[in-house]
Design a protein. Structure first.
Length: 343
């Protein structure tokens, strides 16, 4: 194997590696998180891409390090080789030696820069922007394998960079926002569209309410829905007759049954008592209530309630019942005029 072939193979490998690092950068910034989350249960590559988005600054640091190394390597290997190839050709064509040296240097520099810029950066960048989720999954596992041995070094460098950023008064971001857009940016787009007249006021309110779900704590919803009133509960020794009476009194289909001290209450559905005698205890048909913290964002609470297939959850803090949250309370936050009032 001659030197020319070795240089060619090394150059191709360096260009390919540079393209990979560029794809890592733009894929993680452009991919839509919710699309990857939909594929994560069945695709390992989607899970790897999500982990990369959660380690955004570390992945970007690794990609930038890789691009820098590839650039220096091309300058150290390919550029001198092209310079050495062009020099004799230019001299043989009749060009003076002093001029041939400068011309071969300039042409070799232009060739390597053009090759690296177009093939190693611009082309993969365009592909990653056009297909962010596909490219993120394509490089997900490979990028994680690349970052793993370099994690200590990159973490140290990243901490130094974060200190410099904080010193300038800006808080660093460690994970990618949804599709590269955070809630504040989306809110600005909604408000701008409403002011421009391209978005109806009602739709603006609904979209703003949806954006708030990511930061609004559940405690604010139970406060507006129940106005600070303590939720009605029946005793742990309650009977079917007690549940039916509580249902008639409150108008709710799901009744809270008090639990032991500090424990969340259970929930009894009036429907489950229809075939039981009035004197039968209801402890055997009670279901454990889903417990939520008051500071939990409404979006996360909605996700947990849907995952548990429940309509009602209890808000507990230090063993004390603060209130209840139903799916209708969340819907009222988004569509106040359309949500039902029953629980």
């Amino acid at each position: 194997m001659n030197d020319s072939l070795i240089v060619t193979l090394v150059t191709v490998a360096l260009i390919a590696l540079s393209a990979l690092f560029v794809i890592i950068e733009f894929a993680l910034l452009g991919a839509r998180r919710h699309r990857l989350e939909e594929l994560a249960p069945t695709k390992r590559s989607a899970r790897a891409a999500l982990r990369g988005m959660n380690d955004l600054t570390l992945m970007l640091a690794g990609a930038q390090l890789g691009i820098t190394v590839c650039t220096f390597a091309l300058g150290a290997v390919t550029k001198p080789a092209v310079d050495a190839w062009l020099g004799p050709v230019l001299i043989a064509s009749g060009m003076p030696v002093w001029l041939a040296g400068g011309a071969s240097f300039g042409l070799s520099m232009f060739f390597v820069t053009f090759l690296h810029l177009v093939v190693g950066e611009m082309a993969p960048k365009s592909w990653a922007i056009a297909h962010p989720e596909r490219s993120a999954m394509a490089i997900g596992l490979l990028s994680r394998a690349y970052i793993w041995p370099l994690r200590p070094l990159l973490s140290w460098v990243n901490r130094l960079a974060n200190r410099l950023v904080r010193a300038s008064g800006v808080e660093p971001v460690e994970k990618a926002a949804v599709g590269g857009r955070d809630a504040a940016t989306i809110r600005q787009l909604v408000e701008h569209s409403a002011h421009a007249g391209t978005l109806e006021p009602g739709m603006q309110r609904q979209l703003s309410s949806l954006i708030d779900l990511g930061t609004l704590p559940v405690a604010s919803l139970i406060g507006t829905a129940q106005m600070g009133a303590a939720p009605m509960q029946v005793a742990a020794t309650a009977t079917v007759a007690d549940i039916r009476a509580a249902g008639r009194h409150t108008g709710h289909m799901r009744i809270l049954m008090a639990g032991p001290d500090g424990a969340p209450p259970a929930i009894v559905h009036v429907r489950d008592t229809l075939l039981l005698p009035p004197e039968a205890p209801v402890a055997q048909i009670a279901r454990q209530a889903l417990e939520l913290a008051p500071a939990m964002p409404v979006y996360e609470a909605l996700h947990r309630m849907r995952g548990a297939s429940v309509q009602l959850a209890v808000i507990m803090e230090n063993g004390r019942l603060l209130g209840v949250l139903s799916l209708s309370d969340i819907v009222k936050q988004i569509l106040p005029a359309r949500a039902g009032a029953s629980r």
